[in-house]
Design a protein around this ligand. Structure first.
Ligand code: ADP
Ligand code: MG
Length: 312
């Protein structure tokens, strides 16, 4: 994959009343075109600072940010749009008018920007709310309007700083899936800050874990992180249930199954996650399951031993 965004050994130190604070130290990573990168770490570890650099709002003390082969020297509304935790909508504008806002700034003619905003209503689940004002919308809908405003500008890069952080768990889960669907359609390059490890795993093609002092602890696919955390900090960050999280990422039909050899017993569809298969073994009190294909035909056997070996 060609890297659209290259972060090259960036440092950032802030002068504060209690002395200098390292926000980022020697951070390097790349994000491919169309990739979804999640950025996670404890509070104060430099996530927003790094996102600000990608947006051209924060200047590194050392190192550089390169986007599409060109060094980032300041904000550019054609390069990246940002969504924050606070949707920051104009209360006197309707849904459509809020979504159009960035295009208006760019001087896009009224009919054109209205057409773009209209087209975003359906994928954002806002079709019936085009003429509503922010006060008439739920928190989740307001955040969708903010996402619409960022998507309308049609930048290749969308930066998101804990956009779902203030939402209730159900709304949050729905928006996560909507964002993934929109991403499949529009192929944006997304850098998404979160402090929720489950959100980072669900959304990210790759996850960057930062630690205190602004140091990149590990940058990897969810699968690689969960199977092979580089150190104790990363392992703790992923949680004591990281083995189960790893099982949840894989499906029975991705395994090399043992031959049937006349084994009978409880069955599971090939689309079942390994985590659910383990759960099924526990509740059924068995050490193996017969795996079925889409037509209900037995394909082979998954054993408890094969599940315990997946991180090897
Ligand atoms: P995160 O988003 O991961 O919580 P930030 O990037 O906001 O972290 O901040 C990283 C560190 O830099 C923190 O210690 C924070 O207090 C400090 N910091 C961030 N912005 C400023 C600023 N404008 N002035 C002084 N210190 C700052
Ligand atoms: Mg932050």
């Amino acid at each position: 994959m060609t890297e659209l965004i290259v972060v090259d050994r960036v440092d950032k130190r802030y002068a504060t009343s209690s002395g200098p604070v390292d926000a980022l130290r020697g951070v390097s990573l790349g994000v491919g075109a169309g990739e979804f990168c999640t950025l996670i770490g404890p509070s104060g570890c430099g996530k927003s600072t790094l996102l600000g650099m990608l947006g051209g709002l924060v200047h590194p003390d050392a190192g550089r940010i390169v986007v599409d082969g060109r060094p980032v020297e300041g904000p550019d509304p054609r390069r990246a749009a940002t969504v924050f935790q606070d949707p920051g909508l104009f209360p006197w504008r309707t849904t459509l008018e809020n979504i159009e806002f960035g295009l208006e700034l760019q001087g896009v003619p009224r009919a054109r920007r209205r057409a773009v905003a209209q087209e975003l209503l359906a994928p954002l689940g806002l079709r019936d709310f085009a003429a509503k004002y922010p006060r008439e919308l739920s928190g989740g809908m307001r955040q969708r309007v903010a996402i619409g405003r960022a998507l309308a500008i049609d930048t290749p890069i969308v930066l998101m700083d804990e956009p779902f952080g203030a939402l209730d768990p159900i709304t949050r889960a729905r928006l996560q899936h909507e964002l993934l669907r929109i991403q499949h359609e529009l192929h944006k390059t997304i850098v998404f800050v979160t402090h929720d490890i489950d959100e980072a795993i669900l959304l990210g093609d790759r996850i960057a874990i930062l630690r205190e002092g602004g140091v990149l602890a590990q940058y990897d696919t969810p699968d690689a992180l969960l199977a092979h955390p580089h150190d104790e900090f990363v392992a703790r960050f992923l949680g004591a249930d990281r083995g189960l999280k790893l099982l949840a990422l894989r499906r029975l039909d991705e395994l090399d199954l043992a031959p049937l050899d006349g084994v009978a017993g409880p069955t599971a569809d090939g689309s079942t996650t390994l985590r659910d298969a383990l759960s099924q073994m526990i509740t059924a009190g068995t050490r193996s399951l017969v795996v079925l294909d889409g037509a209900g035909q037995p394909q082979g056997v998954v054993t408890l031993e094969s599940l315990t070996g997946v991180a090897a």
